[in-house]
Structure formats: C-alpha cells, structure tokens
Design a protein around this ligand. Sequence first.
Ligand code: SME
Length: 155
Amino acid sequence: MDKGKMFETLIEKVEAMLKSEEPNRKKLKVICRLLKNNIPGYDWIGFYLVDPNNERELIIGPYVGEPTEHVRIPFGQGVCGRAADLGETVIVSDVSKEDNYLACSTKVKSEIVLPIFKKGKLIGELDIDSHQQSAFDDADKKYLLKICELASELI
Ligand code: SME
C-alpha cells in the first residue's frame, strides 16, 4: 500500500476513535498506538506538552515505545526543543550527524518532530523516532500535521 493510502486509512481510524467517550489523554495514547501499528518504521511515538507553569519547557505526555529519560525538555534543547523554539517541523534523517540531539535509545536512526498549535499558540508536539535512517519525508509531514490538528482538540 502506498504511503498516502496508508495515512488516509489511519486518519479515518483516528477520526472514528475521536468520537468515543474516552478521556482526552487516553485518546492521545490511542493516536500513538494507531501510528505505531499502522505505519511501518514508526518505533517511538509520543506527545510532548508545553508546561502551563513554564512556557519554555516541554513535559512528556502520552507515548508508546521504550521509556525515555527525557521527561522534561527546555525549549532549544534537542530536536524537540528546537522544533518548539522554531514552531516548525524538524526532520532529522540521521541522528548520528546531529549535534543538538537528546538520545533516547541507540537504536534510533531518524526522527521527526511536529508542532501542535491551538488558536495560533504552541501547546505541544508530536515526536516520532524510527530505527531506520531517513524514515520521514514531506508526505509524512503533511499527514502528521493533519494528525496534530486533530490532536490539538485533545490538549
Ligand atoms: N530525541 C529527542 C528527545 C525525545 S526522545 O526522542 C523520546 C530530542 O532530541 O529532542
């Protein structure tokens, strides 16, 4: 199946799941699980949320994958902190070539971080790690930004 079809099916599943009565944090976790189970090469998927008490810091939210020590990330630090600072998507094709990078696992080879906005304000991020190099391209970015738009309603 091509990537477009795969994501379109996934987005339909996310939209259907959003109609359930589950709490929002649970729904964020289900989005992570749907991404992991439906898109090959997505190995760690999680949300980071802007700390309401310190708007220059991210706190880890719902995720699926191995536990990480990076539960709080100041803006500017690592790929997540950089995406938060820029308010833009950051794609790293080869994390071994990245100076400003916070390693979670030696298995991770590439990463994408997408900002989540609500009413023009950054409220969080979607972070995905892959054990494959160059796992993310503009198609991933396009569809994942749609997922971020849906997720913004849950934060
Ligand atoms: N690699 C990220 C840290 C978060 S983990 O990937 C879960 C970074 O450099 O910001």
